[in-house]
Design a protein around this ligand. Structure first.
Ligand code: SF4
Ligand code: SF4
Length: 118
């Protein structure tokens, strides 16, 4: 992973690829509580039904839909957690990405939005 530090900004085209590839949807400290509250689900139930240990066993990830690598929170082209989306999801591809990420992501370069809209 790396962070872009130049002035380019890539606008998400909602292709949903990043919600479907294999890997962890990392939940950072505080996000578990925030998402459970947003979904109006008791914290214990949310952790039990919607999360698993990350591959590195260092914290929690959202689970995938059964038999797929698609995030449990993807609903068509929409994220059910739009208002409280995990930082990992909000940050791709502008704050972090990986080599050749544009082969897997349809985001297009455009003007850099104001800080509050990133
Ligand atoms: S892969 Fe890129 S364009 Fe597609 S939903 Fe994710 S950020 Fe948006
Ligand atoms: S939480 Fe939302 S944005 Fe993140 S991977 Fe799941 S569906 Fe996609």
């Amino acid at each position: 992973m790396k962070y872009d530090d130049d002035q380019r900004w890539y606008q998400c085209q909602r292709c949903t690829n990043c919600c479907k590839w294999e890997g962890d949807v990392v939940l950072e400290e505080g996000e578990v509580e925030q998402i459970a509250a947003f979904l109006n689900i008791p914290l214990y139930d949310f952790v039990r039904d919607f999360t698993r240990l990350r591959g590195n066993r260092q914290g929690l990830s959202l689970i995938d839909k059964e038999g797929t690598t698609e995030c449990i929170m993807l609903d068509g082209a929409d994220c059910k957690l739009q208002e409280v989306k995990p930082e990992q999801c909000k940050g791709f591809p502008n704050r972090w990405n990986f080599p050749n990420w544009r082969e897997a992501c349809e985001a297009l370069p455009g003007p850099r939005p104001p800080e509050e809209l990133r």
